[in-house]
Design a binder for this molecule. Structure first.
Ligand SMILES: [Mg+2]
Length: 227
């Protein structure tokens, strides 16, 4: 059995409008600042890490960030629950096809590994209709860098399935070099898909096991997933 870890943004769906606005405004309102940092290393940092990156630039102490960040994520969840609709997501049909195909295969368990905080991940998977397919969500509520998220995936898999897993039991599917990096750091396979902010050409410069234009049916994808 393999566990397939799907990234959300740029991999399963496009969400940038509402998602980014709600995140920035939740931080601005909670910390009483104008949260709008430049040069964010999207992909490499999680929602927690991006908040720290931007708030430190505004002179907010780490102690204050630690104390109030859970409130900001709660507010973000409230915004998603009360303001977002299915029209705020563009779910990729190829990704839905792959999720359904793997769920039916019986050889795979599916989960999410995302830089989103827990609330963001829950609402995005709920609104997209995909939440029922995922055994667990690894999110960026408590971890600042994506490279450290797979460590939580090992813990969640142990809890969910009652036995330990190795890196080679996991396949990460994501749209950025950071997704590939986090997978490789923990001995996981990586599929990079050019449906986000990076081109296939850029993703081929990473150590991804497979680079695709989209998650559409292909022999290469089938060979990797069912090897
Ligand atoms: Mg992504």
């Amino acid at each position: 059995m393999k566990i397939v870890l799907f990234d959300i943004d740029g991999t399963l769906m496009h969400t940038e409008g509402f998602s980014k606005d709600a995140y920035f405004s939740a931080l601005s309102e909670t910390f009483e600042v104008d949260f709008n940092p430049g040069n964010i290393p999207w992909g490499w940092l999680t929602d927690k890490g991006i908040a720290e990156f931007g708030l430190r630039q505004l002179g907010i102490s780490q102690a204050t960030i630690d104390a109030k960040l859970p409130d900001a994520f709660e507010l973000l969840g409230h915004k998603w629950a009360t303001q977002a609709t299915v029209d705020d997501l563009i779910v990729y049909p190829d990704a839905v096809w792959l999720v359904e195909e793997l769920a039916q295969s019986g050889d795979h368990e599916l989960a999410v590994l995302t830089a989103n905080c827990q609330q963001g991940a829950e609402h995005k998977t709920r609104l997209s209709g995909l939440s029922r397919f995922f055994e667990f969500l690894v999110t960026g509520s408590h971890i600042s860098e994506r490279d450290h998220l797979p460590e939580v995936a090992f813990q969640n898999a142990l809890t969910s399935f009652g036995r330990p897993f190795q890196g080679s039991d996991f396949i990460v599917i994501g749209d950025t070099p950071a997704d590939v990096s986090c997978a490789k750091k923990w001995g996981m396979q990586a599929v990079a898909v050019a449906t986000g902010r990076y081109s296939a050409e850029q993703l081929r410069e990473t150590p991804a096991d497979l680079v695709l234009d989209a998650l559409a049916p292909s022999d290469e994808l089938e060979n990797l997933l069912f090897a």
